[in-house]
Ligand binder design. Structure first.
Ligand code: SF4
Length: 936
């Protein structure tokens, strides 16, 4: 009998196109397989620098994101009340004319009355520039509620940071500490990196209250209590100092450890660096026994000591101050162990292991290099200890100082940008902090006029704040005010609440992109919905009069907008991952990439970035129009990507520049640039020569090259700032010194938190609530299979996680009489929810946790009204207030880090009780959202 001819492997494609994944923020290269113009399969691109062919479940499921039933299909204008879901479908011309009318009224009168905030989009180079051209300071992306603590702490300390700014040296590290990272930031690169560590037998220690994701494969899991990482790290520093296991040479040469700090209690210069007449910071030179400029090639600085300068000023090295702090008995492992939930012996052992890896397993690479003072180094010395941290550190009100402490630990071990340590990714390092200041001071906002600079930047003194003479914030989110002076990414979580309270002023238009602010991106969801729908009693108008929103999907936020501009999916547009924005560089060299449309939209949708450029041209924004008033980028975002120049020869993409595409970094716009990228797998990577791969903060050849590339303005050394003088300047303002003084109400808060040497303080919410009433911590983690709220509407990913549970320790559950699967009531100082508990062992006993953003509002995202995401899924957001409890005088600060304004999501304290009636279903439930017109 003959076997029937069965084709067991039919060809499911007739075309393959490369592009960049957008199922999370890693931006892996992908190959999209198409048959008859329909996407049939997605796989990783083996030639791509980020993922080298690896694809995760999310990335492979991108096909279902592209085909999602929740895709918006046409511009919409609201016809019923906000939240009713009553919209009228309109043509793009009407949508764009309406938006232009609303926006031009604002720009003609008071541009700051536009609040333009974007979510986890990847085009902040464009959106920030657009806001500058419009003339509003009220712009930021989602960084303020994600990880600005992490970014700012690094940028103020050593001109780099974790995540997109750098990575562990996976090839050489022998000891890896991972703080507060579940399965996010970054995804495939960390997985691949951990694989390399495991293959080499390097030790991987995860410090995290929950043993999921990467922690599950750690060689050692340290189940720390949330918000106490700074104590743990401080005890490690104590141990290393006590054992004198520090890299003194690294500290002396490349950090401000030997710089002299003025000791003048009560004086206006107390705590500032002693400088010479030229402004150079001074060190005490061992050779001459006198002061010398810190960067003098002849100086032989002392690391420790107190001295008296010829002018009578008393000074001390910053390292002396640091050592005095951390050698204090309050930092011994025994002193912190109970609060951290980590045994003293464990802390002591980890400190010893760090010291052994750093100093007894030193790496020497045969790579000669020359430092900033012209000293030739025959070899490149490495301290093979690497660290990485993200939201578990960042999302606490003490996150900035905790992250600074982690950097202090790295620097004391001499492990920044060395073989085996943390490595910068170009365009980093930059000056600590980078030189750009935020614009938006009184007088810088004028009708019909661009701002003189970008809305986001780095303040270094009270004079840089965006406040008026009385100290009143100038931005709607109060970024760069006395509430959050170092708010490098803004405070997106405060925009709607402040606008609704008209504090510090009301706005006319709220314009948002990809930010689900009426649901999982909001603290205090019920009140946010009230704020979005609040009306002015006298006029009957909404307090936030107009809301424009752009998204590809029918998220919860769409229902609260007045005008919807439907975006494409990531497979339907041009995009760029730019070195001007948040790049995909590798430690070995700069990289950027593009997205190209692999399919045409089958709906009446347009890429948001092109729409933004169109609106800019209609509004006559200078950068987006030519002298004759015609659009500067008539070809939309692709046109902008190729032809926009931020500085002569420097544009969004660094590769294939110049007339024939041969130039890199700097070169005239090349009309064929996108074609070159597409032919190159949609990416570009330039590997640096070996002599420029390490010690880049002080590597002369690299600094010179980075200046040509436009990464830094001048080839100057980037000296690590263990002692952060800008913080001290704020303290002095709180003590009544300087031209711009802190208002009396903020002085104690500034004095306490703006310590120039990293320290630890308890998370603010925990200090303000009754500990006995709310004994547990509650945090979220991101699951391996999903990213933000996008994943839990994806038909394939929903099959992995269709709902979430509240996980808690078996031991604590037993004490509370809670069994696996019980419904529980979780109460905070702000709210109450009901959800279902699951019990586990790998969690700190004082901590409960759940997956982030799985819970959906009934009716949203085109899911059925009784979808498990809505009926059993839940959010902790309902328990979190955007404001801290009231202080004396009635003032309520935002629930944020007092230094950066980072949203303190993980400071949440709760009480958990078994639900008496064991009725099923999550609470609270909100009314079912009406189904919107979505893709057919
Ligand atoms: S890690 Fe992120 S970017 Fe990479 S394939 Fe997965 S979802 Fe896509």
């Amino acid at each position: 009998m003959t076997e029937p001819a069965i084709d067991t492997s039919p060809k499911t494609w007739d075309e393959v196109k490369t592009t960049t994944c957008y199922m999370c923020a890693c931006r892996c290269g992908i190959k999209v397989y198409l048959k008859d113009g329909t996407v049939t399969y997605i796989e990783g691109n083996r030639d791509h620098p980020v993922n080298k062919g690896v694809i995760c479940g999310k990335g492979a499921a991108g096909i279902m994101q592209h085909n999602s039933p929740a895709r918006l299909s046409q511009p919409l204008i609201r016809v019923g009340p906000r939240g009713s879901g009553e919209f009228r479908e309109i043509e793009w011309e009407e949508a764009l004319r309406t938006a232009t009318l609303w926006l031009s009224e604002v720009r003609n009168n008071d541009p700051r009355k536009l609040a333009f905030f974007t979510g986890r989009d990847q085009s902040q180079g464009l959106t920030g520039w657009w806001a500058t051209q419009f003339g509003t300071p009220n712009y930021a992306a989602h960084g303020g509620f994600c990880s600005v603590n992490m970014a700012a702490a690094g940028l103020y300390t050593f001109g780099g940071s974790f995540w997109e700014f750098g990575e562990p040296d996976w090839k050489h590290t022998k000891y890896f500490l991972l703080f507060g990272v579940a399965e996010d930031h970054a995804s495939n690169p960390i997985k691949a990196g951990l694989g390399k560590l495991k293959a080499r037998g390097a030790k991987f220690v995860s410090i995290n209250p929950v043993r999921t994701g990467y922690s599950a494969i750690a060689d050692e899991w340290v189940g720390i209590r949330p918000g106490t990482d700074g104590l743990f790290v401080g005890a490690l520093i104590h141990e290393l100092l006590a054992a004198q296991k520090i890299d003194a040479e690294y500290l002396l040469r490349y950090t401000n450890a030997p710089w002299l700090v003025i000791e003048n209690a009560g004086g206006g210069d107390d705590g500032l660096f002693a400088r010479n007449a030229q402004g150079s910071p001074l060190v005490s030179d061992a050779h001459s026994a006198g002061p010398m400029p810190a960067l003098s090639p002849d100086a032989e600085p002392k690391l420790m000591g107190r001295f008296k300068l010829a002018d009578g000023r008393r000074v001390v090295t910053s390292f002396q101050l640091l050592a005095e702090r951390y050698l204090d008995p309050q930092w011994t492992p025994e002193a912190v162990a109970d609060r951290c939930g980590v045994p003293a012996a464990t802390i002591r052992r980890i400190a010893a292991e760090l010291a052994r890896a750093a100093f007894e397993e030193q790496i020497e690479l045969d790579i000669p290099w020359t430092d900033h003072l012209g000293r030739a180094h025959e070899k490149t010395i490495g301290r093979p200890v690497a660290m990485h941290a993200m939201r578990g550190i960042s999302a606490h009100a003490n996150g900035f100082q905790t992250c600074r402490a982690i950097h202090l630990l790295q620097i004391m071990l001499g492990s920044i940008d060395v073989p085996g340590g943390f490595r910068y990714k170009p365009p980093f390092p930059k000056a600590p902090p980078p030189g750009v200041k935020p614009a938006g001071k009184p007088g810088q906002i004028k009708p019909n006029t661009p701002m003189p600079g970008p809305p986001l930047g780095f303040v270094t003194a009270p004079e840089d704040l965006l406040v008026d003479g009385e100290g009143t914030p100038q931005r709607i989110d109060k970024a760069y005010s006395w509430e959050a002076p170092f708010a490098a990414h803004g405070l997106m979580h405060m925009v709607i609440a402040n606008a609704a309270r008209k504090d510090p002023y009301g706005i006319d238009v709220l314009f948002m992109y990809m930010a689900n602010m009426s649901w999982n991106s909001a603290m205090n969801v019920p009140d946010t919905i009230k704020q979005l729908t609040a009306k002015d009693e006298a006029s009957g108008d909404y307090v936030i009069p107009r809301i424009i929103y752009s998204d590809a999907y029918a998220s919860e936020m769409v229902h609260y907008a007045d005008l919807i501009l439907p975006d494409t999916t990531y497979l339907e547009r041009w995009d760029c991952i730019s070195l001007l924005d948040r790049p995909i560089s590798e430690a070995d060299g700069p990289a950027d990439s593009i997205r190209q449309p692999v399919v045409e939209p089958d709906r009446d949708v347009r890429p948001f970035q092109s729409v933004l450029l169109d609106l800019g041209a209609r509004l006559g924004l200078p950068g987006m129009t030519r002298n004759d008033g015609s659009p500067r980028y008539p070809g939309g975002y692709a046109d902008y990507i190729v032809n926009h120049e931020r500085a002569p020869g420097i544009g969004p993409l660094a590769g294939f520049r110049g007339p024939n595409g041969q130039a890199i970094g700097r070169g005239t716009p090349n009309p064929d640039q996108l074609k070159h990228y597409a032919e190159n797998g949609c990416h570009w990577f330039h590997e640096l020569p070996d002599r420029m791969k390490y010690y880049r903060h002080v590597n002369w050849a690299y600094l010179d090259w980075a200046t040509f590339f436009g990464f830094i303005p001048r080839p100057e050394p980037i000296i690590h700032q263990l002692y952060c003088e800008p913080l001290q300047k704020f303290r002095l303002a709180a003590r009544g010194h300087g031209k711009v003084l802190a208002p009396a109400t903020h002085r104690d808060r500034i004095e306490k938190h703006f310590d120039p040497i990293p320290f630890w303080y308890p998370p603010l919410e925990g200090e303000m609530v009754e500990a006995g009433q709310f004994p547990m911590h509650a945090v979220t983690q991101r699951p391996m299979a999903m990213y933000h709220s996008w994943g839990s509407q994806n038909a394939w990913l929903r099959q992995i996680l269709g709902r979430n549970w509240l996980y808690m320790a078996r031991s604590r559950a037993k004490e509370l009489g809670i069994e696996d699967g019980d419904w529980v009531i979780v109460t905070s100082h702000h709210g109450r929810i009901r959800c279902q508990a699951r019990l586990m062992d790998g969690v700190n006993p004082d901590t409960a946790w759940t997956w982030n953003a799985i819970g959906k509002r009934s009716g949203a995202w085109a899911l059925s009204a009784d979808a498990p995401e809505a009926k059993k899924g839940f959010l902790l957001n309902h328990l979190i207030s955007e404001l801290l409890p009231e202080r004396e005088g009635g003032y309520r600060y935002s629930n944020s880090d007092p230094i950066t304004g980072q949203a303190a999501w993980y400071d949440l304290r709760v009480r958990i009780e078994k639900a008496v009636d064991q009725e099923q279903g999550s609470l609270p439930q909100f009314s079912t959202l009406k189904k919107l017109a979505v893709a057919k």
